[in-house]
Design a protein around this ligand. Structure first.
Ligand SMILES: [Zn+2]
Length: 60
């Protein structure tokens, strides 16, 4: 049994989840309303703009 591997994997999953569920600053309207809608696709709830960015983290 590999001790420690399962814990590290769970921590990585938690980190990715927190990044994907977070709101990011919109480069178009400057409001913190960009949410991930699909892998690599981000949508601003305020101005409705779609952005192609990182799979798990928004980069403008
Ligand atoms: Zn916007």
């Amino acid at each position: 049994m590999v001790v420690g591997y399962g814990k590290r994997l769970r921590e990585t999953v938690a980190l990715v989840k927190s990044k994907t569920s977070k709101s990011y600053m919109c480069p178009s309207c400057s409001r913190k309303s960009v949410r991930r809608t699909a892998v690599g696709v981000w949508l601003c709830k305020k101005c409705g703009r779609k952005f192609a960015s990182g799979a798990y983290e928004f980069r403008s």
